[in-house]
Ligand binder design. Structure first.
Ligand code: SF4
Length: 361
């Protein structure tokens, strides 16, 4: 691939890029925070999270020392909580191995927990001006259309091929030319987000690359890129219990590993359970149920599994907390306990605000 598109896309980016908070910094920590948040989450939703996260945890030592409950609370509503757990692990690694700073080579950045090819490329190119590609879904779509490629853009081998090509394009830019690899990567991403859009007609008439684009020339933008469907998600039924003692409601902490690890939830059980089974579960916690009523159902879609939830509200007699359940009022839940958005339908019934819904799906 030739590099004819480097200058037009950089000119376009300089004139048209959105003014986003993380575009005003070269600090690798801040760029990292933004890049991890932007995975799976819309730009508009990320802005307020980004600001709050950096105010609370302004640097690597602060993140490394952050208690898990506060960390999850800062992430509440963003979803995919393993992202922030891995950030803390990476921060601890940087404290131990790199004196609390980001390493400055692509390979060392790539080896940190939770940092894949894309994020390593973004940090290396934006913060350290290294000629490394940052290939996300936007870039794959733009490149597939530019080349009129019929390869499946979800395939890892295709992503590697595109990354190698883009790296070669960057390396071919003469060293004496004013060239910022971070801007080049962000320009491709921005073009995919604003002009070469998915799920509708790309805005080719406004595209700086239209003279070079084979899909545009051949009228194939409807068919390109090719994305072969993934296999279906597993479906699981859950029964959610709102167990209420006065103005307090039972919550419990999820295990330290697996889906939504370490977050808090309303007690819930596998399957679609009847009242007798639910009451038996409540009694097994040493509680005396007074009333039970059925409440709304809800669905939540994770990347690999889908929860189909049914629910009951159970009023119980005042009692000392027993077993794994914690009884907390609305204010305590909002302030202290991170409840994942999977339970937001049930939190709403209690007027409990959980994190904003920022996920794409
Ligand atoms: S010309 Fe159209 S299809 Fe080609 S890169 Fe630009 S927006 Fe995408």
């Amino acid at each position: 691939m030739r590099g004819d598109f480097v200058n037009p896309i950089l000119v376009w980016y300089n004139q048209q890029k959105r003014d986003l908070p993380w575009r005003h910094t070269k600090d690798p920590y801040k760029i990292w925070v933004s890049e991890i948040m932007l995975q799976q989450t819309r730009v508009e939703a990320v802005k307020s999270y980004y600001q709050r996260f950096l105010e609370t945890l302004p640097d690597i030592p602060a993140l490394a020392g952050c208690p898990d409950d506060l960390l999850l609370k800062l992430w509440e509503g963003l979803g995919y909580y393993s992202r922030v757990r891995n950030m803390k692990k990476a921060a601890l690694t940087m404290m131990e191995t790199y004196g609390g700073s980001f390493p400055t080579s692509y390979d060392k950045i790539r080896s940190l927990p939770g940092i894949g090819d894309y994020t390593a490329g973004a940090i290396s190119s934006i913060a350290f001006s290294l000629r490394e590609a940052a290939v996300d879904g936007n870039v794959m779509r733009v490149m597939a259309r530019l080349e009129n490629s019929r390869e499946d853009i979800l395939k890892a081998s295709e992503k590697r091929r595109v990354a190698q090509k883009l790296k070669a394009v960057m390396e071919a830019v003469p060293p004496d030319q004013d060239f910022r690899p971070g801007d080049f990567n962000q320009a491709l991403i921005e073009l995919g987000a604003l002009i070469c859009v998915p799920n509708s007609q790309p805005l080719c008439q406004r595209c700086p690359l239209k003279e070079l684009c084979i899909s545009h020339r051949e009228g194939t933008t409807d068919a390109v890129p090719v994305r072969l469907k993934k296999t279906g998600r597993k479906k699981e039924e859950r029964t959610v219990l709102l167990v209420r003692d006065g103005d307090k409601t039972a919550i419990t902490r999820r295990p330290d590993t697996g889906l939504l690890a370490g977050l808090y939830e309303f007690p819930n059980l596998a399957g679609r359970l009847d009242e007798e089974t639910v009451l038996g579960e409540v009694r097994s916690q040493g509680l005396i149920p007074l009333r039970i009523k059925k409440i709304r159902g809800a669905r939540h879609i994770f990347s690999h599994v889908e929860w189909e939830m049914s629910g009951y509200e159970i009023r119980v007699a005042p009692a000392e907390a027993n077993g794994d359940w914690i009884f907390a009022d609305q204010h305590q839940i909002e302030k202290t306990y991170a409840i994942p958005s999977a339970f937001s339908a049930y939190a709403e019934l209690l007027s409990v605000r959980t994190g904003k819904k920022g996920k794409k799906s």
